[in-house]
Design a protein around this ligand. Structure first.
Ligand code: C2E
Ligand code: CA
Ligand code: CA
Ligand code: CA
Length: 279
C-alpha cells in the first residue's frame, strides 16, 4: 500500500510540476507577447433588437502564440491579472479598439459604438480616468462612442472610489455597462446609485428562456426592473432564433451572440457592417 501511495504521489507530483512549468512558460511568453505584436482584437456585433442594425461591437482579445496557436482570453487574462501585465495589455486593448472605431467612423459608420472590457486591476488603477481621456484624445474618437464594460464583481466593491470613478468617466462622456449581470451578487442597490448606461445579462440566463419557464420569468423580471430604472439591457450569448424572439417580445434592447455572429477579425466585421448597418 505504501508503495502504491508513493507511486501515486510521484505521479501527482510530476503532473503538478508539469502544470507549473507550463504555466511559468506561458507567463514568460506573455511578457513578450505585446512587444512581439501577438495580440489581436476580434469584434462581436452588438445588434439593436428592434431594428436588426449593428449598433456597435465588443472588442475581445486573442493571443496568437507562435507555437501554441490561438489562445483564448480565459487562458491568459487571469494570468495577466495576477501580475500587473494586465495594465499594459488593457492599455493596448483600449487604444487599439478606439483607433479601430475611429477608422470605422472615418469610413462613414459614424454611429458605431465600441465596447472595451476593463479588468478589476485596470479599473482600480489611480490614473484610469486620465488614461481613458488620453487615449480618446490621441485617437480622436468622440467619448460617447466608447463604452466600458466592468463586471458586477468590480462594480460591487462597496466603495466611494468606484462611484467616483464611474462619475468621472460619465462626465468624460463615456458609457458604462455592467458585464455578466446576474452572476455575482444579490444586492441590486448599486444599479440605482451608479451612473450606469446598460446591463449585460449573462449568457446563463438567455440559454434557458425557451426550455425553462422559471428562467423565462427571471429574464422578464430583469428586463422590467432595468427598464424602470432607465437602463438598457444587452442580452449575451444568443444562439437561437427562439431566444431572440423571446427577447424581442419582452423588449430587450440589444443582443450579442453566435446566432448573429461570432467575434470577428476587423476585416470580416467590416463585411458584416456593409450588409447590416444603415449608414
Ligand atoms: P465576456 O466579456 O463576458 O465576453 C463574452 C464572451 O462570450 C466572449 O468570449 C464571446 O466570444 C463569448 N460569446 C459571445 N457570444 C456567444 C454565444 O452565442 N455563445 C457562447 N457560448 N459564447 C459566446 P471570449 O472572447 O472567449 O472572452 C471571454 C472573457 O475574457 C470575456 O467575457 C472577458 O471577461 C474576457 N476578455 C476578453 N477580452 C478581454 C479584454 O480585452 N480585456 C479584459 N480585461 N478581459 C477580456
Ligand atoms: Ca464583456
Ligand atoms: Ca459578459
Ligand atoms: Ca463572462
Amino acid at each position: 500500500r505504501a508503495k502504491e501511495a508513493r507511486i501515486h504521489y510521484q505521479f501527482y507530483n510530476d503532473l503538478m510540476n508539469e502544470e507549473t512549468a507550463e504555466r511559468l512558460a506561458l507567463e514568460q511568453d506573455l511578457t513578450r507577447a505585446l512587444e512581439r505584436d501577438e495580440f489581436v482584437l476580434h469584434y462581436q456585433p452588438k445588434v439593436d433588437i428592434a431594428t436588426g442594425n449593428i449598433q456597435g461591437a465588443e472588442a475581445l482579445i486573442r493571443w496568437y502564440h507562435p507555437k501554441k496557436g490561438l489562445i483564448p482570453p480565459d487562458k491568459f487574462i487571469p494570468l495577466a491579472e495576477e501580475t500587473d501585465m494586465i495594465l499594459q495589455i488593457g492599455d493596448w486593448v483600449l487604444r487599439t479598439a478606439c483607433e479601430q472605431n475611429k477608422k470605422w467612423h472615418t469610413a462613414g459608420y459614424t454611429d458605431l459604438q465600441i465596447a472595451v472590457n476593463l479588468s478589476a486591476m485596470q479599473f482600480g488603477q489611480t490614473h484610469l480616468v486620465d488614461r481613458v481621456a488620453h487615449v480618446l484624445h490621441q485617437t480622436g474618437l468622440p467619448s460617447e462612442y466608447l463604452e466600458l464594460e466592468i463586471t458586477e464583481r468590480v462594480a460591487m466593491q462597496e466603495s466611494v472610489t468606484v462611484i467616483e470613478k464611474l462619475q468621472q468617466l460619465t462626465e468624460l462622456g463615456v458609457q458604462i455597462s455592467i458585464d455578466d449581470f446576474g452572476t455575482g451578487y444579490s444586492s441590486l442597490s448599486y444599479l440605482v446609485k451608479y451612473p450606469i448606461h446598460a446591463i449585460k445579462m449573462d449568457r446563463s440566463f438567455v440559454s434557458e428562456v425557451i426550455d425553462d419557464s422559471e428562467q423565462a420569468l427571471v429574464v422578464k423580471a430583469i428586463l422590467s426592473m432595468a427598464h424602470s430604472l432607465g437602463l438598457h439591457v444587452v442580452a449575451e450569448g444568443v444562439e437561437e432564433l427562439g431566444q431572440l424572439e423571446f427577447l424581442q417580445t419582452y423588449n430587450c434592447d440589444e443582443y450579442q451572440g453566435y446566432y448573429f455572429s461570432r467575434p470577428l477579425p476587423a476585416p470580416e466585421f467590416e463585411v458584416l457592417l456593409a450588409q447590416h448597418l444603415v449608414r
